[in-house]
Design a protein around this ligand. Sequence first.
Ligand SMILES: [Zn+2]
Length: 146
Amino acid sequence: MGMTVEKTYQAGDAIESKCNRCKDVRMHVVVAMDGGEIVKVQCKTCGSLHKHPKPKKAATKRRGARSVAKTVKALKNAAEQVQDWENALNGKDMGAAKPFGAEGSAVVGGLIDHPKFGVGVVQKIVPPNKMEVLFRNGPKLMVQSM
Ligand SMILES: [Zn+2]
């Protein structure tokens, strides 16, 4: 992983390679070379001769990098989301949150306490009977009462 400088081998050098007979990575001796590439190796454990598989590059590495970038983005979005939620709660009394569905809880700027999503801030009322509530996990459109 992340090897930029490739060691150059020559016949007689020792190298780790997957041995088909031992079915494991074993120390091998380079037997034949072709232009800077190892073409044949001999297992030091069982003595069998076989081809040396070319090292796999790029493909898996690229996929790994992309999924990391995606995770970072998701984390960033989640962090921003929590920040929005904290800003919305700023200056409000968490203890004043009304249980979700309680009478008078559907008020813009009011806090409600949802059994599943936690404390949220009512962002807007959506007629006839819904409201958008900003929870820690993001805004949700909900029916005003259960
Ligand atoms: Zn072997």
